[in-house]
Design a protein around this ligand. Structure first.
Ligand SMILES: [Zn+2]
Length: 98
């Protein structure tokens, strides 16, 4: 019977369509978050894959300060150790605030 053929075929199409749409949705989700990076990448002329770059950018942003830097207890800005004027009550003060 024709209906016997049609039924499973339709189901298969439905399944593949669903998974395709799911993939598309996932792709657009991902690409929408990466669009900015891709544009930046193109503008800067990098040939590296965006994933690696974004990972490095994230790592750099997450690190609050370097080992040779300190946070001034007065202006709360991060300065290089060479700008450390003195320490008072455990608070480090930069040369600008000293
Ligand atoms: Zn300061």
């Amino acid at each position: 019977m024709a209906t016997d053929y049609d039924a499973p075929r339709k189901n298969e199409e439905d399944i593949s369509e669903d998974s395709l749409e799911e993939l598309k949705a996932r792709r657009s989700d991902k690409s929408s978050g990466v669009v900015d990076e891709d544009e930046t990448e193109a503008a800067e002329g990098y040939e590296l894959p965006g994933a690696d770059l974004s990972g490095e950018e994230l790592a750099v942003r997450v690190i609050p300060r370097q080992a040779d830097e300190f946070t001034c207890g007065v202006c709360f800005l991060v300065h290089h150790r060479s700008q450390l004027a003195y320490e008072k009550n455990g608070q480090q003060v930069c040369t600008e605030c000293a």
